[in-house]
Design a protein around this ligand. Structure first.
Ligand SMILES: Cc1cc2nc3c(=O)[nH]c(=O)nc-3n(C[C@H](O)[C@H](O)[C@H](O)COP(=O)(O)OP(=O)(O)OC[C@H]3O[C@@H](n4cnc5c(N)ncnc54)[C@H](O)[C@@H]3O)c2cc1C
Length: 398
């Protein structure tokens, strides 16, 4: 029998970090969580948690709360720029996979999991930016923070996202995030903007000759109950250039880019404020996910561009699977090796799918877009079934 690690240091209080801390605590392992930024109640745009991720929220006792505070997505429907319906995927998720797909504000998800972490007595410190890790034999592993403080534990989990600092400790010359050449805009508008549009609980998405637009309900909130997003080729313009623009300029850019697209896209953009801009990043496959007593999970291990709508769900899966494997009382290195062996094939399959999906949002000639739309119409019924492997996975049942 090996000495059981008693204390985890977790870097990053996004999605994977707090959930790992909660589940480790439940498994009898202490967890201290460190986040670079101050606590904020309003971060990020909207996202969708798929059934595979909802199983993890169910394990935490948060699935019903998120269904109540979010909005169940009954399908994901596709249209051409002029509004011709191309098809629909992701129907009857709850009946088929045991949990629905749920749209929500990232801030609502973050609020629920941080509250849960506090209820489970997870120690949580904000404004603690990891800058260096020391991992010497016969001593605790030490995390050093930008403010000059440090923390010690038996092992360290890097849940610090796409720009992970832990990754640089785990891998010499670690691959850096690269821009995929697509840029994302997003935000929320009042429910009244689409309440008279017959979309029901569907998420509606549109492929343009250049770019992509999506929207759907994401909360019962009257003022911010609809999420929308636009993905466009960046044409060499950096996200920072767009971020430097005023809200009025951003709105004009979006109205111009989506001019002539079917209703209610122009109406959604007219109502938009607090528009956020995101570079669409990807990271090359890592040679390893761990070194000695430090392990990467979530986007730090397998950052994915957002085009499969799965990054948060597989980060949630990572948290649950790691906590389960930690209960096997093996050497830490054996647990980390087992984790990577189990998780890598699935995560990389999702990353590859997201890359392929991203390619259909680039710029097409008029004929190319016409061909793509016709192909989609024909292929979508098969694509739908071809995605079941993502959703039918229940990390509690592995
Ligand atoms: C525009 C967009 C839309 C998306 N839509 C979806 C969707 O619909 N569905 C879905 O499943 N996924 C979606 N994703 C992907 C999803 O957001 C990520 O995969 C998910 O957030 C990964 O979770 P994580 O916990 O690994 O990382 P994060 O959520 O990024 O959390 C990392 C945390 O670590 C902190 N941190 C970073 N560096 C340090 C440091 N040095 N010290 C301390 N803390 C640090 C960060 O501040 C952050 O809080 C989307 C992504 C984008 C960009």
């Amino acid at each position: 029998m090996t000495k059981r690690p008693r204390k985890a240091i977790i870097i990053g209080a996004g999605i994977a970090g707090p959930v790992t801390a909660i589940l480790l605590k439940k498994a009898g392992i202490d967890a201290q969580l460190f986040e670079a930024w101050p606590h904020s109640a309003g971060i990020g745009g909207g996202l969708q948690i798929a059934p595979n991720g909802m199983h993890v929220l169910a394990e935490l006792g948060l699935a019903d709360e998120m269904i109540h505070r979010g909005s169940v997505a009954e399908s994901f429907d596709f249209y051409s720029q002029s509004g011709v319906r191309l098809g629909s995927v992701n129907q009857n998720m709850k009946q088929r996979f045991g949990q629905p797909a749920v749209n929500m504000r990232r801030a609502t998800l973050n609020d629920a999991i941080l509250n849960k972490a506090w209820c489970e007595d997870v120690e949580l410190a904000f404004e603690k930016r990891l800058v260096r890790i020391e991992d010497r034999a016969d001593q605790p592993i030490v995390a050093h923070f930008a403010d000059g403080t440090s923390a010690e534990g038996d092992f360290l989990i890097g849940a610090d996202g796409v720009h992970s600092a832990v990754r640089a400790h785990v891998i010499a010359d670690d691959p850096k995030p690269f821009d995929t050449g697509l840029i994302g805009f997003g935000g929320f508008v009042p429910r009244s903007v689409i309440e008279n549009t017959p979309i029901g609980q569907r998420v509606e998405t549109t492929f343009g000759q250049s770019g992509f637009f999506g929207y759907g309900f994401c909360s019962p909130d009257r003022n911010d109950g609809v999420m929308w997003w636009s993905t466009q080729p960046a044409h060499g313009t950096a996200a920072a250039t767009f971020r430097a623009m005023s809200q009025g300029e951003l709105k004009r850019h979006l109205l111009n880019f989506h001019a002539g697209w079917h209703a209610p896209i122009p109406q959604l953009l007219e109502a938009a404020d607090n528009i956020t801009v995101t570079a669409t990043l990807d990271v090359a496959t890592l040679p390893t996910w761990w070194r000695k007593r430090a392990l990467l999970i979530g986007d730090a291990a397998h950052a994915t561009s957002p085009h499969a709508g799965q990054g948060a769900s597989i980060a949630l899966e990572d948290a649950l699977r790691l906590a389960r494997l930690m209960q096997n009382e093996q050497e830490l290195s054996a647990t980390f090796e087992a984790f990577e062996k189990e998780r890598r094939p699935r995560a990389e399959r999702v990353v590859a799918l997201a890359r392929r999906n991203g390619n259909s949002k680039r710029e097409f000639s008029a004929t190319g877009a016409w061909l793509r739309d016709h192909m989609l119409k024909w292929l979508l019924p098969f694509t739908s079934r071809g995605m079941d492997w993502m959703y039918e996975y229940d990390p509690r049942a592995v």
